[in-house]
Structures are given as structure tokens and as C-alpha cells.
Design a protein around this ligand. Structure first.
Ligand code: ZN
Length: 186
């Protein structure tokens, strides 16, 4: 059984005025991201939106020293961007759609994602979203350590760091044993 994990495609990470935007790199995967997400929804697969979520006055978070405030819970910046946001709002009442507020890079860190996958006998996860070399990478490493088969859509992940993006795609394949696919020729 497989599931799609959709990571951090929010206004703060994608919109031109986002607090920590990937800009054009992130915007350029919008159609591919919607296409692959729609295909999972159409086949009634489990689709998880694992979304960065911060409190506005969290004095203890290690990201405070690394990044400006972003993805504040309840703010516009934490909402899904563009057509993916529309797709989510059309299907969010489905039992096969699940939203996780995650506080760290990995979708597994401090969340019930592993339990939700295992109770559905899911052993293969497909990753999309941003950033390839941060949250996708950390999620993939945790998935590898937990024994999941990993699939990455190279044209539905993006980063503001071109070199990091390329490095991570190679790492997924060479070190985590991930299958690298393209949305447009699966
Ligand atoms: Zn964050």
C-alpha cells in the first residue's frame, strides 16, 4: 500500500511575498504537484499534508536562530499555496486526506505519521513539495530508518538552493535507495 506525503507547499514557502519563499523554483512545480496529488486522490490512496507549523512566540525553537518567522499557525502564510490549496479544500473532508502540523523538518518528527501509515498497512511513501534538501530530505531519512520504500517525484519537489536540490536527489537514490520518478512520465 502506498501514500502520498505532501510537504510544506504553503504561501510562506512559495508565494512571492512568502516569509521564506522558494520563489520561482517552488512555483514552477505547482501543476505537477497538483497532478500527482489528484492521481492519488482519484485512486483513493491516503494523502497526508505534512505542514510546517510554528507558534508566534515559541522562544525555544532551534529554527529561531536560522530563519525568520514563518508558517505561523492560523496565519495566511501557513495555508497551502495556489491550486494545491484549492484541491485540499475540495477534498479535506475525506477520510483519506489527513493534515499534520509538524514542528520540525521531518514529517515523522513529533507527529503520529508513522502510526497513521502503519494502521493502513502502508509501506511505500511518495514525497512531494519543498524543500528538496531540507524537509523532504529529513522526512526521507526518517522513512528510510523506519523501513519504508521511498519514491520521490523529481519534478514535484523544489528548493531555493539549486545545488542542494541536485545533491538531495542524488542522495535519495544512491543512499536511501529511493525510486526517482517524474510526474509527467511515471
Ligand atoms: Zn519551520
Amino acid at each position: 500500500m502506498k501514500a502520498l506525503i505532501s510537504i510544506d507547499y504553503t504561501n510562506d514557502f512559495i508565494a512571492n511575498d512568502g516569509a521564506l519563499t522558494t520563489g520561482l523554483a517552488g512555483q514552477s512545480i505547482e501543476n505537477n504537484l497538483v497532478k500527482v496529488t489528484e492521481s492519488f486522490i482519484a485512486l483513493d490512496h491516503f494523502v497526508v499534508f505534512a505542514i510546517d507549523a510554528h507558534d508566534s512566540n515559541d522562544l525555544y525553537h532551534p529554527e529561531n536562530n536560522l530563519f525568520p518567522p514563518h508558517n505561523i499557525i492560523g496565519k495566511q502564510g501557513q495555508q497551502l499555496y495556489g491550486a494545491l490549496g484549492q484541491l485540499y479544500s475540495n477534498h479535506q473532508s475525506s477520510s483519506q486526506i489527513y493534515w499534520i502540523n509538524k514542528r520540525h523538518y521531518s514529517a515523522f518528527c513529533g507527529t503520529d505519521l508513522d502510526l497513521r501509515l502503519r494502521e493502513r498497512a502502508i509501506n511505500e511513501i511518495h514525497l512531494t513539495g519543498v524543500c528538496t534538501d531540507i524537509c523532504i530530505l529529513h522526512t526521507a531519512i526518517d522513512a528510510y530508518n523506519l523501513g519504508y520504500k521511498i519514491v520521490i517525484y523529481q519534478d514535484a519537489v523544489a528548493s531555493f538552493d539549486t545545488i542542494g536540490h541536485k545533491w538531495a536527489l542524488n542522495h535519495f537514490k544512491q543512499t536511501l535507495g529511493a525510486e526517482i520518478l517524474s510526474v509527467n512520465n511515471k
